[in-house]
Ligand binder design. Structure first.
Ligand SMILES: *Cc1c(COP(=O)(O)O)cnc(C)c1O
Length: 394
């Protein structure tokens, strides 16, 4: 890749062809069942990425007021925007109401009361879906499971009736339906089958259809293969949506929505880093890179593992702890990683960095912002990120 020489490391490199292929498959598989996808923009808010996602007609799932405003600014229609989050501020609620977003995913009875108050002050009814905590074990890392009983997210079924009553009694709350999101990086369909069963029970027990519900939002969480990112880079959206369709028993007129983040973007991105030093320890050898937890926080935050490739060298395999330069012991990309003998100046590719990498970038240690570059139709392309519409700079 000659065109990349001279680019300052570390940087993110996105394969837009793989992104388009992934979006295409997801769209096809969901359309077969009439499902609608909102992209969870927190996974990656790079404007080139969201521009392409917009071209494919996906909606947006937001978790902050700034995400809502940015999605609008980037041309996503208000009626395609849903907004979740346990701590929506009054200003964020007001702003979302002013812009007439499609739906608030409400996470507590207390929040519902505040939305009602603000909606009445503004004389503008709020469309709401109630996020229910279904008590389904997602079998994923404990920091990314969200659907178990005592959790800051969502409303426990024992409090659901109170929330539903509030909706029916208020002229300012327009009840849209129920919302669920049980966690992230879920690699088996079993938790989703259990979720469907719980949704069926809850839908029936609380007579949700009789309350005028029109939507069911099943959230996101579909996982990707971090161990073999190139083997099967596009997640099996077909099996995922089929499993949901086979197990969900809500009435046909209910529009089913999903909020996919990671599964749409994770595999199209890599983090490219340069080896600054290979340092001999007592029993180990360290490869110290110029990228750190500031560019990819997942290993430090949830012990995530990413495949690493040496782009500059092939040859005898050695074992390295691949670490970043940041002053934290948890700034480690991988322990005992097998790499071809690695030297100062080598480029490493850290795989599966399209989701929750650039969007989680930190300025800790006063680190510089890493740039992003793109492969488009197999060619290296630079885009001017200050432009809303993607534009080749050449
Ligand atoms: C983060 C999040 C998602 C997306 O999760 P992924 O695991 O990236 O698919 C969907 N819905 C809500 C409410 C979220 O917070």
């Amino acid at each position: 890749m000659d065109s990349t020489s001279g680019i300052k490391t570390p940087y993110y490199l996105y394969d837009l062809d793989l992104l388009r292929k992934t979006l295409d498959r997801a769209r096809q598989a969901s359309a077969q069942h009439g499902y609608h996808i909102h992209y969870a923009i927190k996974a990656n808010h790079n404007p080139i990425i969201t521009g392409i996602i917009n071209d494919y007609g996906f909606g947006i799932d937001c978790v902050s007021g700034n995400e809502v405003m940015e999605a609008l600014h980037r041309g996503f229609p208000a009626e395609e925007i849903v907004y979740a989050g346990v701590g929506k501020s009054d200003d964020e609620i007001r702003q979302a109401l002013e812009n007439d977003i499609f739906c608030f995913n409400v996470e507590s009875v207390e929040e519902l009361q505040v939305i009602e108050e603000i909606a009445s002050e503004m004389n503008r009814p709020a469309r709401v879906a109630v996020r229910v905590n279904p008590g389904v074990e997602a079998h994923t890392h404990k920091y990314i499971t969200t659907g178990l009983d005592e959790n800051k997210f969502g409303i426990h079924p024992s409090q659901l009736q109170v929330a539903l009553d509030l909706c029916s009694q208020s002229q300012w709350l327009h009840f849209m339906g129920l919302h669920f999101h049980i966690g992230s990086q879920i690699t088996s369909l079993q938790p989703y089958i259990e979720l469907c069963n719980r949704v069926n029970e809850i839908w029936e027990e609380f007579a949700i259809s009789s309350l005028g519900a029109t939507i069911l939002n099943m959230g996101g969480g579909l996982g990707v293969n971090y161990d073999d990112p190139e083997g099967n880079p596009v997640p099996d959206f077909g099996s995922f949506f089929n499993a949901i369709a086979e197990n969900l028993k809500v009435p046909d007129h209910i529009q089913v929505h999903f909020e996919l983040g990671r599964s749409l973007v994770a595999q199209c991105g890599k983090l490219i880093a340069k080896v600054l030093y290979t340092k001999k320890g007592v029993d180990k050898e360290f490869a110290i890179t110029d990228a750190g937890m500031t560019e990819l926080m997942r290993p430090a935050l949830y012990q995530a593992k990413h495949q690493i490739e040496n782009l500059s060298n092939t040859g005898e395999i050695h074992t390295y702890d691949v670490v970043g330069p940041v002053c934290e012991s948890s700034d480690v990309f991988g322990k005992a990683v097998q790499l071809p003998i690695t030297r100062r100046g080598d480029l490493l590719a850290i795989k599966s960095c399209g989701a929750y990498a650039e969007s989680m970038m930190l300025r800790y240690n006063m680190r510089a912002r890493a740039r992003s570059y793109f492969l488009d139709s197999g060619e290296f392309a630079k885009y001017d990120l200050s432009e809303k519409i993607s534009r080749k700079l050449v």
